[in-house]
Design a protein around this ligand. Structure first.
Ligand code: DC
Length: 226
């Protein structure tokens, strides 16, 4: 890791950003395993916040209630597991209702401030692989290694469809594609921290690569630039 005289001190952390359904979580978890680092799924954090607000019946326009719910958010991430209080919510945060609601919640400036603070508190000592939408641009602009993982909407929809099918759910492929495109548009056009690749990120198109090939390229890039 080389010091940059004109910029912040680089942080030993891999920022992995990209659109939904591109396989960021699986990739990030595997890269973390290969390097022996920790892994943080920031999408899971926004999903857990969405679940907590929905369960408390809080509308985003009710600012005092939003503040209270966020202040009391007993969110814990332990490896791949996500807890609200003592409850493991890993399944609940991936339900269709939460998936539909999360774009709106994650566009809320206060929700983002609270989540970004938590993410920085966790990752500031480095040796984390962090996946999300704004990790290389907003949360950890000083990350030594940034990757923007992408794939065609069709390739992403096909993967998500196969994932859902494996879980015994099989919506129409067109429906999965339309849902992905809706979320892409919402994530990319929101005013706060929109999905955007960092200028210094390596862009990796995984449309025709399998998981191990993607992991291998990221680890090689990290070893060359980290
Ligand atoms: O990666 P995912 O599908 O689990 O993310 C869920 C939602 O959270 C997605 O709509 C975008 C949002 N998100 C975000 O705004 N910023 C992040 N760093 C991570 C996710």
């Amino acid at each position: 890791m080389s010091a940059r005289p004109d910029g912040p001190v680089p942080l030993l952390l891999i920022a992995l950003d990209g659109p939904g359904g591109v396989g960021k979580s699986t990739t990030a978890r595997r890269v973390a395993q290969v390097l022996g680092w920790d892994y943080l799924d920031t999408g899971a954090m926004y999903r857990a916040a969405t679940l907590a607000l929905a369960r408390a019946g809080v509308d985003l326009s009710d600012r005092p209630q939003v503040e209270r719910t966020l202040a009391g958010l007993a969110l814990r991430l332990e490896g791949p597991r996500v807890f609200l209080g003592a409850e493991d919510v890993i399944e609940a945060i991936r339900s269709p209702e939460i998936t539909r609601g999360v774009s709106r919640v994650s566009a809320d400036i206060r929700v983002r401030e609270v989540m970004v603070d938590r993410q920085r508190a966790l990752g500031r000592r480095g040796r984390w692989v962090v996946d999300g939408r704004d990790i290389g641009t907003v949360v950890f602009p000083e990350a030594c290694c940034k990757v923007f993982l992408t794939a065609s909407p069709e390739a992403r929809a096909r993967r998500r469809y196969l994932e859902l099918e494996a879980k015994g759910k099989a919506p129409a492929l067109e429906e999965v594609l339309a849902d992905l495109q809706r979320r892409d548009a919402a994530d990319s056009s929101r005013a706060v921290a929109p999905l955007r690749q960092a200028d210094d990120a390596m862009v990796l198109d995984s449309s025709h690569l399998d998981l191990e090939a993607v992991v291998d390229r990221i680890v090689t890039h990290h070893r060359a630039h980290g």
